[in-house]
Design a protein around this ligand. Structure first.
Ligand code: AP5
Length: 220
């Protein structure tokens, strides 16, 4: 554990929608001070600010498809080299295609870095659907809640910053099914990609958040 802190870990979280990547990323951030980089949150910010990138991304996101590689690579590249990255980072939702993984290797190698661990969070489909149908997120600080599993203290209000909680537009059952299909076809091949590089660790993520985080700590 102490060794990992000293290393300023560079961690990639892999796993289907609803496996708990965002939740575990926040716990890793609190434990190690590593920066949480979520391409989903970055894209939702662009949508909220109605930027040209956000307008382009929205249609893909609401249909459960991936946003084109070039767009996501450019948004990630501008953030991964920013201030505070010397404490390590947790990548949540990137890479999601073999092409993105290749681009990440290039970006990191320019900085003389490589991922320390790729954690492959695994949860069955019925658990995923239950989680996503009850997810709430803060419109201001992006903190994640669940109406039953992790409710806020006050209904509809973020414990952290007092922001308003909302339900993501892509958490409708039909869109969740499309996102799972996209995951199986385009993202699951990354499991083999990182296993071949010797950095992949499987994490059983179907228990509660605290238990899952304990498993993560054991793995790293
Ligand atoms: P993104 O925001 O990355 O969504 P995702 O990968 O589908 O993952 P989710 O955020 O839905 O789930 P999660 O695994 O983070 O689970 P969470 O911790 O929230 O991407 C959205 C869209 O943006 C994509 O569909 C795509 O269009 C686009 N996009 C993003 N990145 C892209 C990229 N690189 N390339 C191309 N397009 C990209 O947990 C879910 C719920 O479960 C929460 O309510 C939480 O409270 C609860 N929960 C979590 N863990 C537990 C647990 N252990 N026990 C009980 N409840 C739990």
């Amino acid at each position: 554990m102490e060794d990992t802190k000293a290393l300023n870990p560079k961690i990639i979280l892999l796993g289907p929608p609803g496996a708990g990547k965002g939740t575990i990323a926040e716990m890793l951030k609190n434990e190690y001070g590593a920066v949480h980089l979520s391409t989903g949150d970055m894209l939702r910010e662009e949508v909220k600010n109605d930027t040209p990138m956000g307008r382009e991304a929205l249609g893909y996101m609401n249909s459960g498809a991936l946003v084109p590689d070039e767009l996501v690579i450019s948004i990630l590249e501008s953030r991964i080299t920013g201030e505070g990255r010397e404490k390590g980072f947790v990548l949540d939702g990137f890479p999601r295609t073999i092409r993105q993984a290749g681009a990440l290797e290039e970006i990191l190698s320019k900085a003389g870095a490589a991922p320390d661990f790729v954690l492959n969070l695994q949860a069955p489909e019925d658990v995923i659907i239950q989680r996503l149908s009850g997810r709430l997120q803060c419109a201001d600080c992006s903190r994640i809640y669940h109406v039953m599993n992790m409710p806020p203290k006050e209904k509809g209000v973020c414990d952290e910053c007092g922001g308003k909680l909302f339900q993501r537009s892509d958490d409708k059952e039909e869109t969740v099914k499309a996102r799972l299909k996209t995951y199986r076809e385009q993202t699951a091949p990354l499991i083999g990609f990182y296993r071949d590089r010797g950095v992949l660790k499987d994490v059983k993520a179907d228990a509660g958040p605290a238990e899952t985080f304990e498993e993560v700590r054991r793995q790293i």
